[in-house]
Design a protein around this ligand. Structure first.
Ligand SMILES: Cc1cc2nc3c(=O)[nH]c(=O)nc-3n(C[C@H](O)[C@H](O)[C@H](O)COP(=O)(O)O)c2cc1C
Length: 339
């Protein structure tokens, strides 16, 4: 029975198929280090999406807790590329595991006529500073001023091809690009076909469900609010966590009928904020049965305190234990990997 759970994305090896997705906690060296010190089995973590210039993003609050879910509308709030690069450099000097994946995004306010140039510049600079796996956030759903890039036909192909071409011009062959694509079935199919045509190494897919909520005074929120006000400063956000897993898994299965590019599943895959360890392990196991190569998770571990991070190895160890004991599950997985 083969219990090696390491995976490869492009030419890069990850210890396990569990990845912490981009979120507002993953913004500086202190958090990167907290993750590295408290998990040995995590495959990778993704930084908050970075834009070339700093962004204030949307009005506060940008995050709210709602039952087993998180509502988010950050509008890519981030300190900008130069500051994040310093934090990333510090991490790469001190740690090689888990792998740090940098998430980069187009600033919708940019005056740059070719925004893919900004992405290529950031990707190259990251590569020169020890980060050769980059996730392109091509369809942030919480930017009021721009469309979801993945919806525009041809944009995904154009952006990825441009960046790959810039690397090729410098004769760099070992960089790894992941495209994070968000949307419904059709948007994902359209954009993932383009990503495949551009020879992307993997795609991360995320369902988009717009959502809102109101403060009633009964349940404590991360920020104090007047009663009756929307939970998010932007009123509308997207919802992640509990309940989204089955939708994400269905999207993976639909996509796999049409594309062969490796898929990282994101959206409720380990459940929500209050899911038990058993439910998280079950969610992880279920997601791997879709044929996804990995899963990117946030909500069950948000806000990535030491206590939350420590759960990660526990879940991966549970998974390893089940792989060693549950022959039927193991055989199903082996069959998937041979397709
Ligand atoms: C607070 C928060 C901030 C996020 N910020 C980003 C981001 O900057 N870039 C991105 O690609 N995804 C972002 N996401 C999406 C997550 O990376 C992930 O795809 C999503 O939360 C689904 O997984 P989950 O249900 O396990 O939380 C964010 C999610 C949360 C909860």
């Amino acid at each position: 029975m083969n219990n090696d759970i390491s995976i490869k994305i492009g030419n890069v090896k990850l210890k396990s198929p569990l990845i912490i997705g981009a979120n507002d906690s993953i913004l500086n060296f202190n958090t990167f280090e907290k993750i590295a010190k408290n998990t040995k089995l995590l495959g990778a973590f993704v930084t908050k999406s970075i834009t070339f210039q700093p962004r204030m993003g949307n009005k506060d609050p940008i995050i709210a807790q709602l039952e087993n879910n998180i509502l988010v509308s950050s509008g890519i709030r981030n300190p900008g590329f130069q500051q994040m690069l310093e934090e990333i450099k510090k991490y790469n000097k001190s740690y090689s595991s888990p792998l740090l994946i940098a998430s980069i995004a187009i600033n919708p306010d940019t005056k740059c006529s070719q925004p893919e140039k900004e992405l290529a510049e950031m990707a190259l600079e990251l590569y020169n500073n020890g980060t050769n796996v980059v996730e392109l956030n091509l369809s942030c759903p919480n930017l009021n001023s721009s469309q979801i890039v993945a919806d525009k036909s041809g944009e995904v192909l154009k952006i990825i091809s441009y960046i790959k071409n810039e690397f090729a011009k410098k004769n760099i062959k070992n960089n790894v690009l992941i495209a994070k694509l968000a949307g419904n079935d059709m948007a994902l199919l359209n954009s993932s076909k383009q990503a495949q045509e551009a020879e992307i190494d993997a795609i991360t897919i995320l369902p988009v469900l717009y959502a809102t909520g109101f403060y009633t005074g009964l349940i404590k929120q991360l920020q104090s609010l007047p009663i009756g006000e929307p939970l998010l400063g932007n009123v509308q956000g997207t919802i992640y966590g509990g309940g989204l897993g089955p939708i994400t898994r269905q999207l993976v299965i639909n996509l796999k009928k049409n594309i062969s590019v490796p898929i990282i599943a994101s959206g409720g895959c380990l459940g929500g904020m209050n899911s038990s360890i058993l439910e998280k392990t079950d969610g992880f196991m279920q997601t791997m049965l879709t044929g996804a190569i990995a899963t990117e998770i946030v909500t069950p571990f948000y806000p990535f305190t030491q206590e939350k991070i420590l759960e990660i190895d526990y879940i991966i160890n549970n998974y390893l234990y089940i792989l060693s004991k549950n022959k039927e599950y193991n055989v199903k997985l082996q069959n998937l990997s041979s397709i």
